[in-house]
Structure formats: C-alpha cells, structure tokens
Design a protein around this ligand. Structure first.
Ligand code: ZN
Ligand code: ZN
Length: 268
C-alpha cells in the first residue's frame, strides 16, 4: 500500500513557517491523503534566539480542534509536536509532554553543544567528520536522558547542512556512533522516523540514510514513522511513492501512525 499519512509537517504555529494550517490541509486532501499530523516546533533555549521556536500550545490546540471538526470525514487531522532535545532541557520537556494531550511526539535534535548546524559557522574550525561524530554523540546522550517521545526525528539531520552533505558520509563510515543510537532506540521501544525532507535537501535519500534504515532492520528494528517535514504545501508527502518502494525493498512491511500517543500499524 502507498503511504497515506504524513506525520511530520509544520504550519504557521512554527517559528520558521508562515503557511496557515488550513492551506496544508487543503493540499493533503487534494493529494488524496487519509490523514496528517501537524508536528509544530518547540525548541526550548534555541541558540541565537531562545524565543524563536516557542509554541503557543493553548492556541494551537484550540485552532486544530476547530479544524478537526471542520474537516471531519474528509481528512484525519492529528495534533503533534516536534520537541527539540538538548541535554539541559529534557526535564522541562518531560513535564511539558505530560501536560498536553498530544497525539504524537517527535523527538528531534537540531543543535549540539549550543551550536546550530543550519548555519555554516557550526562547521568552522573543525572537520566535517568531527562535526558529524559530535552531533551523534550528543544525540546518544539526549536519547539516554529523554523518553517523552514516540519517534526519533531525522536522526542524521546534521548531514543536511554539512559542507559536503552526504558525499563522504555513510552508515559504514559512522557505524561506531550510529549503532549505539539504533540499539538504544530499539531497547526503548521507540520508532525511527523516515523523514523525506532528505530528498528536498538534495541528499537523494531520506533522513536517516538508506544504510541506517537497512541496519535498523538488521538489528530487528521495524517500528517506523514517516513524514515529509514540509514547511510549504508543495512538499507535503514529498517522494512518498519512492519511499514506499524503498522501504518495502528494505523489508519493512508497515509504518506507525499515532493517536493519543498510541501506535497503529498501517501496511506498506
Ligand atoms: Zn526538525
Ligand atoms: Zn520538522
């Protein structure tokens, strides 16, 4: 079956997106999707501007509840959040996650050691390899400390912004940093996200890379979620056709969609 839920997308409730939620909904309906889950950013203490990725959670729920009612019968709309994990905010995030009735929580690492790979300065004065390794080390620490999420978002996010992106990067090259992450994720019973934003960023593959998706399966991992990470309607469900074929080829038979933080498995 073709993927029919997009479980990672943003609207103007996120600091870096100015598209109204209803525009994303209209696009999802026109694509024939069965459902979508909004996953707005909440990054506490974001380097540079600590207020940029805050979320007006009450208003978000109110407005999404209205949209759910208005589009009932036409599109399943779920309410999620993408929590930006950093070691010093995990306790606050845990309390936050417990105090709101989200359907789905993506745990994502956007920063390491207070640096933001989105900006070239992150890569200055260190080799690309050091930057990637350090990002994965911090991600492992984050994952050890934090449990209040359902899926690990774009695990190799840093590669999107490296000077050479994935040219010299592969699972094999970084396996000593990547394997512990995958093993811990499986031990914790969390999902691994397949984020098709990697295609949009010119990687020719999702985040995480195909080598990681292959390895996760080898290690016995099979719980995945799928999302486009769209910030504009044209990237909703981006490359889902290609991704369906890829995942089947790698031996995945289903993906998870969440409601009230409970997974439902849908066939691939
Ligand atoms: Zn993200
Ligand atoms: Zn996102």
């Amino acid at each position: 079956m073709e993927i029919c839920y997009d479980c990672h997308l943003h609207s103007d409730f996120s600091g870096d997106c100015d598209v109204p939620a209803e525009v994303m909904i209209q696009k999802a309906v026109s694509l024939g999707l069965k459902g979508i889950c909004f996953t707005e950013h909440l990054d506490l203490d974001a380097p540079g501007d600590p207020d940029f990725f805050l979320l007006d959670t009450e208003e978000y729920f109110q407005s999404l509840r209205d949209l759910q009612a208005r589009w009932a019968g036409k599109l399943e709309i779920r309410i999620g959040v993408e929590l930006g994990i950093q070691p010093h905010v995990t306790e606050t995030l845990t309390e936050y996650a417990a105090s709101h009735p989200f359907d789905f929580i993506i745990g994502s690492q956007h920063y390491a050691d207070g640096g933001d790979p989105y900006y070239p300065a992150y890569f200055e004065g260190r080799s690309e390899r050091e930057c990637y390794e350090r990002f994965f080390q911090v991600e492992y620490e984050n994952l050890r400390r934090f449990d209040s999420f359902d899926t690990l978002g774009h695990m190799d996010y840093v590669v999107r912004y490296g000077p050479n992106q994935n040219k010299y990067y592969s699972y094999e090259e970084y396996r000593e940093y990547l394997d512990p992450l995958l093993v811990l994720l499986i031990e914790k019973g969390k999902c691994l996200e397949v984020n098709t934003g990697g295609f949009r960023h010119g990687l020719g593959e999702p985040n995480p890379c195909i080598g990681i998706l292959k390895r996760y399966r080898e290690l016995g991992g099979e719980q995945i979620t799928i999302g486009s990470d769209a910030h504009t309607p044209e990237y909703l469900a981006y490359e889902f056709h290609k991704t369906t074929a890829l995942l089947r080829e790698l031996g995945y038979r289903f993906y998870c969609v969440f409601q009230n933080r409970k997974p439902e498995q849908l066939p691939l």
